[in-house]
Design a protein around this ligand. Structure first.
Ligand code: ADP
Length: 275
């Protein structure tokens, strides 16, 4: 069998470029911090609950920096090979195919490993050499070491709320990244975002944000994670589409976050008093 390594094969980089400016409302000085990290070639960890704007922020930054954004949604079956690449049989030959991380390194893109803690432990081995001064990526199967160009950046996201002994980022990994905290935006900003993204008017957005805040308070009463900005937007979209507001809140903001019927009932009551 013939072995073909298409090492110089050009990635259609345009595919990963973000052409239109993503809508992003800054919550603090995260844009300046990210810019500075990029200039200093520091890897970044976006820490925060799901649906709090981390992915949107990455899209916005990639657009601002005019770099392609290669996003990998990490999951428990994701291996180092999935990130680096593999030989694939094509007809009677074997061709090398770059994984997303290799593609990003080769082309000076931004690689965003979403929920990195979900990935298998061996993925960490490939990430580490890219996060220190060396900024290299050894590809054992090809017998090459790629040097990341200065445009390359590695960023990860991490939800501290899901932390468990089995799924936690080791200090040896954490301490390779600067960390930017994300949380649900303050009420006034979240209202603006919900209105923009769902199309409901400001008054309705205010109701949704108010309910969201009250639901988040239930965290002290056994709720695992508060309702995300993403879910407030979902509720808004259903309302905009003609679904009864109370019903929309229940199915977009209450049912997704808890299976506990007592909690559901208590939250439903709050919704009824507001809507
Ligand atoms: P995460 O990656 O943290 O899970 P996302 O970035 O997917 O969350 O955010 C969910 C949705 O919330 C986005 O699609 C966007 O509509 C909205 N959103 C959250 N925060 C912001 C923000 N600061 N500016 C604009 N939109 C936001």
């Amino acid at each position: 069998m013939l072995k073909k390594c298409s090492l110089s094969e050009e990635l259609p980089v345009e595919e990963y470029l973000i052409e239109k400016e993503p809508y992003y409302v800054p919550v603090g000085n995260e844009i300046e911090i990210f810019m500075s990290a990029y200039r200093n070639k520091l890897p970044v960890n976006l820490k925060g609950p799901t649906g709090s704007g981390k992915t949107r922020f990455m899209e916005f930054m990639a657009y601002k920096l005019k770099r392609p954004l290669v996003t990998v949604a990490c999951h428990e079956d994701l291996t180092a090979t999935d990130l680096v690449g593999r030989f694939l049989i094509k007809g009677d030959s074997v061709e090398w195919s770059d994984g997303p991380l290799t593609k990003a390194v080769r082309h000076g893109a931004i690689c965003y490993l979403d929920e990195v803690v979900e990935a298998r432990k061996d993925t960490i081995v490939v990430i580490h050499p890219l996060t220190d001064d060396r900024r290299i990526m050894p590809i054992d199967k090809l017998g090459v070491i790629l040097k990341a160009p200065s445009e390359f950046m590695l960023s990860i996201s991490y939800n501290p709320g899901y932390q468990s002994v089995v799924k936690d980022l080791k200090q040896s990994t954490r301490q390779r990244f600067v960390a930017i905290d994300f949380d649900y935006p303050p009420a006034e900003l979240e209202m603006k975002i919900v209105a923009h993204e769902s199309g409901v008017n400001e008054e309705m957005a205010r109701y949704l944000v108010d309910i969201g805040h009250r639901i988040r308070n239930f965290k002290q009463h056994g709720l695992e994670e508060g309702v995300s900005t993403r879910l407030l937007i979902y509720a808004g979209k259903l309302i905009k589409d003609g679904i009864d507001p109370k019903e929309a809140c229940r199915i977009a903001m209450v049912r997704p976050i808890t299976d506990n019927t007592d909690l559901q009932k208590s939250i439903d009551e709050i919704i009824s008093t507001i809507m």
